[in-house]
Design a protein around this ligand. Structure first.
Ligand code: NAD
Ligand code: UDX
Length: 465
C-alpha cells in the first residue's frame, strides 16, 4: 500500500487549523498545507506572536510553533496545495442556510461545492478527498458527481471523516480521541483509501479506536452524535426549571442519575443554554433531512431540543427582569463572559448574545467582560441579529477589559461563560462596588450559594430555588 506523504486541508478555521496541526505534529514525514481564501486568517496562522493565532485553544500554539515551517504550512495558494496533495481534506464552514429553500434549517453547501469544483479544475493526478466538514447524509454523492465529471481521467476516492473535537479542549480531544470515524466505499479502491487515512491516525491512536463504515453512516453519525449531546443538555436544562420550583437541586439530580452507568455522568451540567457553531446547526439540519423524507415525527422530536434551549435562554433573561422588580431599564448589568463556553474565543450562537439582546430590548445598560473575546466581535455578534441600529447597540452595551472596575455602581452581574477565573475574584470587593441589593445571576452554576449569600448578594443559580 502506498503511503500518504502530502496532505492539503481547505479551510483554516476552528477545525482545519487544530486538526492539521496535530496531524503535522504526529506525522513528521507528512507535509501538511492548510489553505484558506481568507488572507487575514492565514496571516494570523503565520504570525510570530503565539497570542495572535486566529484560534485560541489550550496547547495549540505550542504544537503550531513546533511544526510550522517544517512540515506544517499555512497559505492562500489553494490551487498549488490541491495540485501537490495525495489527500485533500475539505474543512470549510457549512452554516445554516439564510436564504431560499431550506432557509433557517438546511446546511448551506455552497462552500463545499466550490471546493469540489476547485479540486476538479486543478487536479492532475489521483486524489483522496476527505469530507472533514459536518455534512448532511448523502453529500458525498454530490461531491462525487462533480469530481467524476472532470473529463481529465483523474480518479477520486471520497471519504467521510467527521471531526468530533470540542472547542476549548480541541488539542486534548485530537491527541486522545475516543474514536475516529472513516466512511468510504466498500470497493477495493474505497477500502484502500480508508486504510490510507486510517494509517495517518494510527501514528498516534490505537487501531481499535478507528472505526470504518460506509460513507452514509459516517455522515449521519456526526449529526446524530451532536444531536444526542445537545439533547442531554436540553434534558437537564428542562429539569433545572422544575428544580427551581420544587426545592430539588439540579446538581444533586445530575449526580443521582449520572451514577447510573447506563446514563453516565458527563454532559449533565445545567446552564443558560448551549451555544457553539455545531449543536443548533446540526440539529436543524437533521430536522430538515427528516422532514424532506416525510418523517415529521422524527423531525418534531429533535426540534424540541432547540425549542427547549431557546426557552432556557429566554427564561434566564426573564428571571433577571422579574427579579429586578420587573424593570432593567437604565440599570447597569455586568456580563461575565461572552464566549459560548470557557477556554475558547469562539462566540458563535453563544447564549450571551441572546440574553443580551433580550435585556437590551428592555433598555438595560450592559457592560461585557470576557478574557478572550474583544469589542469588535461582541458588537458584530449583536449587529448580526439586526434587532436595533449599530449606534444603539454601542450606546446601550459597552465592553471592558477591567472586570473589577465594571462592577462599580452595577445593579447586577450575570455569569454567561464558565471561565475559571470568575471563581478566583474578590467577590467581597465586588459586593462593595455594587449598588444594593447586589444581584448575581449565575447561568453557569459556578459559585457557592451559601458563601455568596453570606457576603450579602441576592444570588440566583440556575437549577436551585
Ligand atoms: P470556520 O468558519 O472556523 O472555518 C472555515 C474556513 O473555511 C474559513 O476560514 C473560510 O474562510 C474557509 N473557506 C470557506 N470556503 C472556502 C473555499 N472555497 N476555499 C478555501 N477556504 C474556504 O469553521 P469550523 O468551525 O472550522 O467548521 C468547519 C466544519 O467543521 C463545519 O462543517 C463544522 O460543522 C465542522 N465542525 C466544527 C467543529 C467546531 O468545534 N467548530 C467541530 C466539529 C465539526
Ligand atoms: C460540540 C461537540 O461536543 C463536539 O463533539 C463536536 O465536534 C462539536 O460540537 P463544542 O460545541 O465545541 O463541541 O462544545 P461542547 O463542549 O459540546 O459544548 C457545547 C455547548 O453546550 C456549550 O455552550 C456548553 O457550555 C454547553 N454545555 C455542555 C452545557 O451547557 N452543559 C453540559 O453539560 C455540556
Amino acid at each position: 500500500m502506498k503511503k500518504i506523504s502530502n496532505i492539503c486541508c481547505i479551510g483554516a478555521g476552528y477545525v482545519g487549523g487544530p486538526t492539521m496541526s496535530v496531524i503535522a505534529h504526529k506525522c513528521p514525514d507528512v507535509k501538511v498545507t492548510v489553505v484558506d481564501i481568507n488572507q487575514k486568517r492565514i496571516d494570523l496562522w503565520n504570525h510570530e506572536n503565539p497570542d495572535k493565532l486566529p484560534v485560541y485553544e489550550p496547547g495549540l500554539s505550542e504544537i503550531v510553533f513546533n511544526s510550522r515551517g517544517k512540515n506544517l504550512f499555512f497559505s492562500t495558494d489553494v490551487d498549488k496545495a490541491i495540485d501537490e496533495a495525495d489527500m485533500i481534506f475539505i474543512s470549510v464552514n457549512t452554516p445554516t442556510k439564510t436564504y431560499g429553500k431550506g432557509k433557517g434549517q438546511a446546511a448551506d453547501l455552497k462552500f463545499i461545492e466550490l471546493c469540489a469544483r476547485n479540486i476538479a479544475r486543478v487536479a492532475t493526478n489521483d486524489k483522496i478527498v476527505v469530507e472533514k466538514s459536518t455534512l448532511p447524509v448523502r453529500t458525498a454523492e454530490a461531491i462525487k458527481s462533480i469530481l467524476h465529471n472532470t473529463g481529465n481521467n483523474v480518479r477520486f476516492e471520497i471519504l467521510s471523516n467527521p471531526e468530533f473535537l470540542a472547542e476549548g479542549t480541541a488539542i486534548e480531544d485530537l491527541l486522545h480521541a475516543d474514536r475516529v470515524l472513516i466512511g468510504g466505499d466498500d470497493t477495493p479502491s474505497g477500502q484502500e483509501a480508508k486504510n490510507l487515512l486510517s494509517a495517518v491516525y494510527e501514528n498516534w491512536l490505537p487501531k481499535e479506536r478507528i472505526l470504518q463504515t460506509n460513507v452514509w453512516s459516517s455522515e449521519l453519525s456526526k449529526l446524530v452524535a451532536n444531536a444526542f449531546l445537545a439533547q442531554r443538555v436540553s434534558s437537564i436544562n428542562s429539569i433545572s426549571a422544575l428544580c427551581e420550583r420544587t426545592e430539588a437541586n439540579i446538581a444533586e439530580v445530575s449526580r443521582a442519575i449520572g451514577h447510573d452507568s447506563r446514563i453516565g455522568a458527563k454532559f449533565l451540567n445545567a446552564s443558560v443554554g448551549f451555544g457553539g457553531s455545531c449543536f443548533q446547526k446540526d440539529i436543524l439540519n437533521l430536522v430538515y433531512i427528516a422532514k424532506s423524507f416525510g418523517l415529521n415525527e422524527v423531525a418534531d422530536y429533535w426540534e424540541q431540543v432547540i425549542i427547549m434551549n431557546d426557552y432556557q435562554k429566554t427564561r434566564f433573561a426573564d428571571n433577571i427582569i422579574s427579579t429586578m422588580f420587573n424593570t432593567v431599564s437604565g440599570k447597569k448589568i455586568v456580563f461575565y463572559g461572552w464566549a459560548f463556553k470557557k477556554d475558547t474565543n469562539d462566540t458563535r450562537e453563544s447564549a450571551a448574545i441572546y440574553v443580551a439582546n433580550l435585556l437590551l430590548e428592555e433598555q438595560a445598560n450592559i457592560v461585557v467582560y470576557d478574557p478572550q473575546v474583544g469589542e469588535e466581535q461582541i458588537y458584530s455578534d449583536l449587529d448580526y441579529l439586526g434587532t436595533r441600529s449599530e449606534e444603539e447597540n454601542r450606546k446601550l452595551l459597552k465592553v471592558t477589559t477591567d472586570y473589577m472596575e465594571a462592577t462599580k455602581d452595577a445593579h447586577a452581574i450575570a455569569i454567561l461563560t464558565e471561565w475559571d477565573e470568575f471563581k478566583t475574584y474578590d467577590w467581597n470587593q465586588i459586593h462593595d462596588n455594587m449598588l444594593k441589593p447586589a444581584f448575581v445571576f449565575d447561568g453557569r452554576r459556578m459559585l457557592d450559594k451559601a458563601k455568596m449569600q453570606e457576603m450579602g448578594f441576592d444570588y440566583y443559580k440556575i437549577g436551585e430555588s
